[in-house]
Design a protein around this ligand. Structure first.
Ligand code: C5P
Length: 297
């Protein structure tokens, strides 16, 4: 199975809820950076991670039952009341703790892979419910494309999206923990604000030209992430100087995104960024499909 990284082209965050999560209104987009997950029936649960991309820190990934791929497999088995295990191999390209939902992609891919391997034929709504229990971003990794996310991000509604959007992903050496960014957001945020998706943004997404979208690209967590990691603001400035139409924090960061006109522009921006010392970049496009089968043996 192959599952995509996600970005949030819009991320509006409300005041923290009683359960510790924040209400969100977000527009997700699945982009062409993938983790591949292979599952094989086994006596015991295990997970092995191979580094597929240069921007992945191998050491940061747990290889025990705390790994979200194993938690996904166990949750699926428990849902069906079956006592089975599998060995899970993850070929990682999505950065760890990067704000691109790499762990969520692995969980989504594992759910669909084991559902196929064990011929469980789990209804989609059950898979989505199991995914939501695993993490706020996991349902979107199943759905892919472009979609709104509400609730804490787990309620996913696909959007009509006719365009193809090009981005330069600027990786960061060091991960940033999602709870710490939300914590900083709580400290810095003053009063209520309207964090809802504006209808004009959905209109811009429906247009085949990406030209309207740059007006709406926005992430409520950016101030908090810049507060914790001032280097990110400099990265954004550098990307603008290298020709980005706009920059955006990816999810809770620290990955930064540069929005480009087209593929050629994106490659040019990436190459200029390389000349300025930002060598760890990738040119991606979206929307792409959610978790899907790529090989079966
Ligand atoms: O759902 P997930 O496991 O990805 O969330 C990780 C952490 O991120 C949560 O424990 C919480 O601190 C924070 N979070 C949040 N509001 C959300 C999603 C995540 O505060 N909507």
């Amino acid at each position: 199975m192959r599952a995509p990284a996600k970005i949030n082209v819009y991320l509006g965050v409300g005041k923290v809820r009683d359960d510790g999560f924040h209400p969100l209104e977000t527009v997700y987009q699945a982009v062409s950076l993938y983790d591949d997950v292979t599952v094989t029936s086994a006596e015991e649960w295990s997970v092995t991670t191979m580094v597929g991309g240069p921007h992945v820190d191998h050491l940061a990934i747990p290889d025990d039952a705390t790994n979200i791929a194993i938690r996904a497999g166990k949750a699926l088995a428990a849902h069906h009341g079956i006592d089975r295990a599998a060995s899970i191999e993850v070929n990682k390209n999505i950065p760890v703790a990067g704000g691109m939902a790499g762990g969520s992609a692995d969980a989504a891919a594992t759910l669909v892979a084991l559902d196929r391997l064990w011929a469980l034929e789990t209804p989609d709504e059950d898979l989505l419910a199991i995914a939501a229990e695993l993490g706020s971003d996991v349902p979107f990794a199943l759905v892919g494309g472009t979609a709104t996310g509400t609730g804490r991000g787990e309620i996913v509604t696909p959007l009509e999206d006719n365009g193809s959007w090009w981005w330069v992903v600027i990786f960061n050496e060091e991960g940033l923990s999602t709870p710490s960014v939300y914590g900083a957001y709580d400290l810095l945020e003053e009063g209520d604000h309207d964090y809802r998706i504006r209808p004009e943004m959905l209109d811009a997404l429906r247009s085949p030209q990406p030209s309207g979208l740059d007006v709406f690209l926005y992430n409520d967590l950016e101030t908090a992430a810049f507060y914790l990691r001032p280097d990110l603001e400099r990265t954004a400035e550098a990307a603008l100087e290298c020709g980005a139409i706009m920059t955006l924090l990816s999810g809770s960061g620290p990955t930064m995104l540069a929005f480009a006109n087209d593929a050629e522009d994106a490659r040019l921006i990436a190459s200029r960024l390389g000349g300025r010392g930002y060598e760890r970049t990738a040119v991606v496009h979206g929307p792409v499909a959610g978790a899907h089968v790529v090989a079966y043996q």
